[in-house]
Ligand binder design. Structure first.
Ligand code: AMP
Length: 291
């Protein structure tokens, strides 16, 4: 496994791989790797000739009051995990390499996809994400890029950017990897104290309660949302940021739950912000069939 810090060198490698006819699968991360990240690598390895991972804590996607300065970093450990998983190249640039002095170009998906949920709670976040992802695509030149359903809105925003800007990269979304007790893996889980870790379980529990309500036949999004909210507000130490029950493909509001549906929530447990979601395919079965 080779570790590359320079944009120019990574581009030369990408060009060489392309000339050799090798399909590059790309896994962008902010490091502090866990089994969620490694599941993206496994998918990429199964579908591509060469896997490139990036490790870069992108300052552009953090707000001024957010955790950029304290975001967990453990490059040596990450490199061992990436190597063991069969990553061929890790692109780990310094901040100045990605954003040299005078840098001033940004990519922004506007409209409904970025106006709600994390887009509302974290102004400028998705602009930072799309900017760095497009830059990384230009450097790594992948055929496919792998993202986690854990960040469901992010994956949809990136797909939209690729469609709108004719970016020739296939975006693959991979399932959420969870701990045995249901908590979605996240680099930020390391911030949680033992009591906060326990309290954080309300997040998957609330979404699961919503899913069960839908499974029982509830098709009113407001009622499902209220159920999720009730479980969260009942939980000590949990402060709700948002709860959304919406279309799973374009995040639009729904009158009735049918087709792809996303149950999504963000909470704060102490100082830690956590997100989670459940994606469902709802088949609407009418109660009364007129004959
Ligand atoms: P991050 O390092 O948090 O920016 O995440 C890098 C990639 O890993 C993103 O595409 C995330 O959606 C994905 N990811 C993070 N946590 C998980 C998880 N628990 N399961 C699956 N993918 C994840």
């Amino acid at each position: 496994m080779k570790v590359v810090a320079s944009v120019k060198e990574m581009q030369e490698i990408a060009l060489k791989l392309r000339r050799e006819g090798k399909n590059v699968g790309f896994v962008p991360t902010m490091g502090y790797l866990h089994a969620g990240h490694l599941s993206l690598v496994k998918n990429a390895r199964a579908e591509c000739d060469v896997v490139v991972m990036s490790i870069f804590v992108n300052p552009l996607q953090f707000g001024p009051q957010e955790d950029f300065a304290v975001y967990p970093r453990a490059l040596e450990r990450d490199l061992e995990l990436a190597r063991a998983e069969g990553v061929a190249y890790v692109f780990a640039p310094a901040e100045e390499e990605m954003y040299p002095e005078g840098y001033c170009t940004h990519v922004e998906v506007t409209g409904p996809l970025t106006e709600k949920m994390c887009g509302r709670s974290r102004p400028g976040h998705f602009r930072g994400v799309t900017t760095v992802v497009l830059k990384l695509f230009q450097v790594v030149q992948p055929v496919r890029a792998y993202f986690g359903q854990k960040d469901a809105q992010q994956a949809l925003v990136i797909k939209k950017m690729c469609r709108d800007l004719n970016v020739p990269v296939e975006i693959v979304t991979c399932p959420i990897v969870r701990e045995g007790d249901g908590l979605a893996l996240s680099s930020r889980n390391v911030y949680l104290s033992a009591s906060e870790r326990e309290a954080a379980l309300a997040l998957p529990r609330a979404l699961e309660a919503g899913r069960q309500l839908v499974a029982k036949g509830e098709h009113d999004p407001q009622k499902v949302r209220a159920k999720i909210l009730a479980v969260l507000t009942d939980s000590p130490l949990v402060e709700v940021d948002y709860v959304e029950v919406c279309d799973g493909q374009n995040l639009s509001d729904l009158d009735q739950l049918a087709g792809p549906v996303l149950l999504a929530a963000a909470v704060r447990v102490g100082k830690t912000r956590l997100i989670d979601n459940i994606y469902l395919e709802v088949h609407h079965v009418p109660n009364h069939v007129e004959i």
